[in-house]
Design a protein around this ligand. Structure first.
Ligand code: SF4
Length: 80
């Protein structure tokens, strides 16, 4: 999972920091800092944070996981 935050949209409301403090934090008073590729254990908290953002600034990207699945099925297909 990868996190992308649209910082032009972020209004520093802090919901994400409150819900997933190990992933999102404020660097200075209003500058949001975050872990782009959080541990899988953080997945649930990150989802809550993204859902709670009042301006929908947080996007979650699962492309890495999907491409792993695709490459796996491709390799299975090659063997058939
Ligand atoms: S909840 Fe949304 S608006 Fe608030 S700090 Fe996080 S990303 Fe920014």
């Amino acid at each position: 999972m990868r996190i992308v935050v649209d910082l032009t949209r972020c209004q520093s409301y802090g919901q994400c920091v409150f819900l997933a403090p190990k992933v999102f934090r404020f660097h200075s008073e209003e500058a949001l800092e975050y872990d782009y590729t959080p541990d899988d254990q953080m997945r649930e908290q990150v989802r809550w944070a993204a859902a709670a953002c009042p301006v929908q600034a947080i996007t979650l990207d699962y492309q890495d996981e999907q491409s792993e699945t695709v490459s796996h099925s491709e390799s299975v297909g090659d063997k058939i």
